[in-house]
Design a protein around this ligand. Structure first.
Ligand code: G3I
Length: 373
């Protein structure tokens, strides 16, 4: 039985044929070219990683698994590394789902990213933890022991961790309050980075958030810049900003020149701080587009190309991770549902596991990207 790299190469050849055939009879020169190399290989040729989020339940979906093995060089657990999965109840550790994904990554020679050690938002922390009233020392000790246990367990496999996720209130730009920040203030964040460095010294460490180019995001962007500046000033061992890259509220065709300028200003400031960029959760929400599939796919593909052209032009951008590879499994199917109830098309493959124009757009953006070290 072929394993790992050999197996992925074989799947890629097989997948090329399937892809071409899957796109409707006689393969076009364009689809053949697009199918000739996997997204992972095209990315790797430029010093980038391409990968996807994956849920443990998708290990039981052979079609999903095949796409991941064929296209990806990395996976990230969609929910399995979150505190609400690992420690939903106090003292009841649940590493099973994350371990299953880690085993799969190891067997298939896929790199693994970690998302996320501390989701700094009470909505996504378990109730028992929200209801624990720490003093500063107690909060520090809890963070130390949790991060040591989780990041330590997956070290050195996990090459990069989102140490802190979504700590900035998108409306006010201020720090969200959690049981940890109530006890320690901003030091809760800085301290988490030190704890992660200690537990996973070989992993790069990121702050991850969903600020974007979209209308109404100015305050969120400013809040994130302030947070990054403070982390740097306080000596946190931070290597990168995770730019989630969900585009949720604007139409994909509203990535106008003016918005691009403002967004570039933000990214310039981030890299100006010496940070790398990881595109950690790419997908495109078509909530506000009309129902016509071909039209939606085209607008989504055009936006994908424009957005990735800009983001991959930064040599500091190291990872491009999709937030899921198949439409039917996307979190967006239930978030901001379409009024017409038509299935959304936010990812690279449709619900019949066929590649969509978004894939061609990613191929084109990867081919156009400069090589990075
Ligand atoms: O586990 C239960 C399951 O037992 C139950 O049957 C099912 C019924 O709805 O719910 C399941 O839990 C859901 C879980 O996903 C697993 O599918 C939660 O309700 C649901 O809220 C949770 O949503 C996840 C969300 O984060 C919140 O953690 C999405 O799958 C996941 O895609 C999303 O990912 C986030 C990133 O972590 C951070 N950035 C934004 C991104 C999208 O929201």
């Amino acid at each position: 039985m072929l394993r790992g790299q050999d197996r992925r190469q074989a799947m890629m050849l097989l997948g090329g044929g399937l892809l071409a055939a899957g796109c409707g009879g006689v393969p076009s020169a364009r689809s053949e070219e697009a199918a000739a190399a996997s997204l992972h290989e095209l990315a790797a040729a430029k010093g980038l990683r391409f990968g996807t989020a994956m849920a443990a339940r998708q290990l039981d979906d052979p079609n999903y698994v095949e796409i991941v093995k064929r296209e990806c060089g990395a996976i990230v657990a969609e929910n399995e590394h979150k505190i609400y999965t690992i420690l939903a109840e106090e003292d009841e550790w649940n590493f099973g789902p994350a371990d299953a994904l880690a085993r799969f990554a190891e067997e298939e020679v896929l790199a693994m990213r970690g998302h996320t050690l501390i989701w700094s938002h009470p909505r996504w922390l378990p109730d028992w933890l929200n209801n624990t009233a720490f003093d500063a020392q107690g909060a520090e000790a809890w963070i130390d022991s949790y991060v040591a246990r989780v990041a330590g367990r997956y070290s050195p496999q996990v090459y990069s961790w989102d140490v802190i996720n979504e700590a900035v209130d998108d409306k006010t730009g201020e720090l969200r309050e959690t049981t940890f920040t109530r006890a320690m203030g901003f030091d809760a964040l800085t301290h988490s980075f030190h704890a992660a460095k200690e537990a996973a010294p070989g992993a790069t460490l990121a702050y991850n958030d969903y600020m974007s180019w979209e209308e109404g995001n100015e305050g969120h962007r400013t809040g994130v810049l302030r947070l990054l500046e403070r982390l740097k000033k306080d000596g946190a061992p931070i290597d990168a900003l995770g730019i989630q890259s969900h585009s949720n509220y604007n139409m994909p065709n509203e990535f106008t020149a003016e918005r691009q300028r403002a967004w570039r200003g933000f990214v310039d400031e981030v890299v100006g701080m010496g940070l790398d960029i990881y595109l950690t959760e790419f997908d495109v929400n078509d909530t506000r587009l009309g129902p016509d599939e071909a039209m939606r796919d085209r607008l989504i593909a055009d936006y994908t190309k424009d957005y990735l052209d800009m983001m991959l032009s930064y040599p500091q951008t190291k990872d491009l991770l999709a937030w899921g590879m198949v439409d039917k499994d996307s979190w967006l199917q239930t978030f901001l549902p379409r009024e017409d109830d038509v299935e959304k098309r936010p990812t690279v493959y449709d619900s019949d596991y066929q590649a969509k124009p978004m894939r061609e757009a990613i191929v084109a953006a990867l081919r156009a990207a400069p090589v990075r070290s």
